[in-house]
Design a protein around this ligand. Sequence first.
Ligand code: UDP
Ligand code: MN
Length: 294
Amino acid sequence: MGVCPSATMSLLTDNFTGALHPWAQPEVLTCTPWGAPIIWDGTFDPDVAKQEATQQNLTIGLTVFAVGRYLEKYLERFLETAEQHFMAGQRVVYYVFTERPGAVPRVALGPGRRLRVERERRWQDVSMARMRTLHAALGGRLGREAHFVFCMDVDQHFSGTFGPEALAESVAQLHSWHYHWPRWLLPFERDAHSASVMARGEGDFYYHAAAFGGSVAALRDLTAHCARGLAWDRARGLEARWHDESHLNKFFWLHKPAKVLSPEFCWSPDLGPRAEIRRPRLLWAPKEYRLLRD
Ligand code: UDP
Ligand code: MN
């Protein structure tokens, strides 16, 4: 599996936060117990990853759902910043799932980059139906044209390089709220009736459903697992604590990710500056549930 020279590493503090806090020498975990790399800024060479990806002539998919008010509110900035930062120089195909294809903003795309819009009916709850839709798409055109795919929330924007260093057979994102919490406090589903249940002591990390990725085959398995779990729960009148994210966490407990992304790859600016967060690559928008979901 992954190559992990050392389990922890001191990040150099030549950056903004380091200058503010010269005493801070943050130690971060750079390898999981099963040998997968946890990538932080400074632990990889982005140029090497870029060269490797270019040599392999990869096509990388990026899926995003923009249903209801999320379309006007977030999609344009998400795509515009993805053009600047997501897999720059690689072949990329965006898949936007929406019930209003005509309202998708026309964003200027760089060479080798395409945008496909897939019509989706408007669901009661998008986060419950995403996995099923993704599974179908991965079994269709998306699965045929992409080698690797990232699946992301739309209520965020890119703020730094999100390149081929993030690619692997399966990729999980450390949740920025929870990455430093003790395991027993992590918000896994605890209801034994749910397909997503995790017993006390189970769980490696708490992963964020706002960004996950992998090969088409791995994501077919992941989305099938989550869609099955969601359907199982629904048939019993249950809904897991964090919806599809609870099922995603169960999947990654049973099938360990090949690569883990540090919280820099999907950061919540509300948390403020932290010494170990040197270069955020995706930034969450503030939560506005009551305004946006109806
Ligand atoms: N979503 C959407 N319309 C909605 C609700 C959700 O398009 O009305 C999509 C969108 O891509 C969003 C994702 O589903 O980013 C997950 O929902 P949300 O971001 O509200 O969940 P949270 O990040 O709070 O878990
Ligand atoms: Mn979100």
